[in-house]
Write a protein that binds this ligand. Sequence first.
Ligand SMILES: *[C@@H]1O[C@H](CO)[C@@H](O)[C@H](O)[C@H]1NC(C)=O
Ligand SMILES: *[C@@H]1O[C@H](CO)[C@@H](O)[C@H](O)[C@H]1NC(C)=O
Ligand SMILES: *[C@@H]1O[C@H](CO)[C@@H](O)[C@H](O)[C@H]1NC(C)=O
Ligand SMILES: *[C@@H]1O[C@H](CO)[C@@H](O)[C@H](O)[C@H]1NC(C)=O
Ligand SMILES: *[C@@H]1O[C@H](CO)[C@@H](O)[C@H](O)[C@H]1NC(C)=O
Ligand SMILES: *[C@@H]1O[C@H](CO)[C@@H](O)[C@H](O)[C@H]1NC(C)=O
Ligand SMILES: *[C@@H]1O[C@H](CO)[C@@H](O)[C@H](O)[C@H]1NC(C)=O
Length: 428
Amino acid sequence: MWSSTLLLVLSTIVLPASAAMVKEGSKCTVTPLTKTTALEQRDVSTAELVEARQSRIDDTPQILEAFSQCGQDGTIVIEEGTYHIRQVMDTMNLRNVSIEIYGTLIWSADNLDYWRRASFDVTYAQRQTAWRIGGRDITMRGFGKALFDGNGQAWIDLANGASNLNGRPISLTVWYGTNVWIDGITWRMAQFWHTFVAHSENVTMTNLDMYTLSSNGRSSQNTDGTDTWNSKNIFIANWTVTCGDDCIAVKGNSTNVHVKNVVCTESGATVIGSIGSNAYQPDYVENIVFENITAKHSSNAAWIKTYPGSGYVRNVTFRNIHFEDVNQPIYLSSCIYSYNNCDSSRLQITDVTWQNITGTSRYNVAAAIHCSAAAPCDGFHFEDIDIKPKNGGTAKVLCSNIRNQASMGLTCTGPCPGSQPQQLSGNV
Ligand SMILES: *[C@@H]1O[C@H](CO)[C@@H](O)[C@H](O)[C@H]1NC(C)=O
Ligand SMILES: *[C@@H]1O[C@H](CO)[C@@H](O)[C@H](O)[C@H]1NC(C)=O
Ligand SMILES: *[C@@H]1O[C@H](CO)[C@@H](O)[C@H](O)[C@H]1NC(C)=O
Ligand SMILES: *[C@@H]1O[C@H](CO)[C@@H](O)[C@H](O)[C@H]1NC(C)=O
Ligand SMILES: *[C@@H]1O[C@H](CO)[C@@H](O)[C@H](O)[C@H]1NC(C)=O
Ligand SMILES: *[C@@H]1O[C@H](CO)[C@@H](O)[C@H](O)[C@H]1NC(C)=O
Ligand SMILES: *[C@@H]1O[C@H](CO)[C@@H](O)[C@H](O)[C@H]1NC(C)=O
């Protein structure tokens, strides 16, 4: 009978955890379970059975086994092929490990409740992650072949416009990692943010390609390229990011972050923030450089968003930023999203340089900057700013509460209200 055959097949494919993982010396090699002889020998004829079998295949145990056996002083090779990831991965305590990924990892989407329940808490704003890596001296390279498919459309549909759906997991989080290099990985349809770097130091992330946009009308928000938080010495280069939210976001307590050669499309491009969300915890951000960034059809290009909190943002440079059709290219809010209590924020923003910032704005605003009256901005510096509305005319520069306004190198055309929204819907 069909059903008993199905049961038989399903019961025989529960393989030992490390069925396909082979360890030789300090090297663990993983091949997809779909390729193992044990499975190929089964006589699976109908499409239903293939599908049933596929949906039960879980490569997570063998991948975790590779991390557990070769995660210290070892090499983990994930060979070409398709891997089904049906469980969270917590690969912490790594040390001197080279992770080499040639395959496609697909995170399951038929068990979203499981992911929402089991994903790991990463503290920041009660967010969660499906995969944490941590430890020291870690390289994770994809050689342009690794593909991470988060089945993001299922998450976009489930969230259905809710900005933060509890348990919707970040694809990959560097969590308490030191000396980490991530290179050559492609993401397609991440579950939530593509990456997050938290409580980490010396993290280099290069040659990454990310794309998460909704294919139906539902909005793909919270699909950031990366967010950094409570981390220092981060180098990001050569990224291509198309997503419905911030491309590169530097959040609270990030120090020494250098971002270069990034193309951001349909995104918030380069941003400091949001920070200052917790009134009782100061957020500090300093020594940040964004350079050689291209932003296409995005909400903003080079901007800073804070809640009315405490702490500071200082020594930030946006340099060689070019864009096309950006809603409000240079934007600063000290009361983002609520647009209330802007002038009581104690989170001061100083020593910010915008240099060689060129392109077209969607409407007639090139820059809108509202600093807090209680902690005015200072040390702002503008050089070679050339922003033109895409439909012609001249662009406005709106500013409020900038202490060195007279000498900052850009002429303000009027005040910027605290209620100036992040995105405009027409000329102002
Ligand atoms: C790192 O691990 C490799 C094996 O993958 C080993 O040969 C090397 O000695 C280790 N390095 C250190 C500093 O322990
Ligand atoms: C971070 O990198 C710097 C420069 O390579 C190095 O001096 C420092 O020891 C690293 N930090 C840690 C915690 O290993
Ligand atoms: C960035 O890409 C360029 C051009 O492909 C390459 O020459 C450079 O080495 C890359 N930089 C990094 C840090 O990988
Ligand atoms: C700027 O970034 C682009 C990729 O976005 C790269 O092709 C180009 O070589 C970079 N320019 C410099 C001067 O690094
Ligand atoms: C940022 O760092 C400061 C000082 O170490 C700390 O008091 C604060 O709690 C941190 N903020 C967050 C949001 O973790
Ligand atoms: C500002 O940040 C840059 C880049 O990180 C750094 O080189 C410079 O020393 C910093 N300046 C100050 C005054 O800290
Ligand atoms: C200004 O930035 C553009 C990239 O947006 C770059 O091609 C150009 O060389 C930069 N100009 C200078 C003087 O650095």
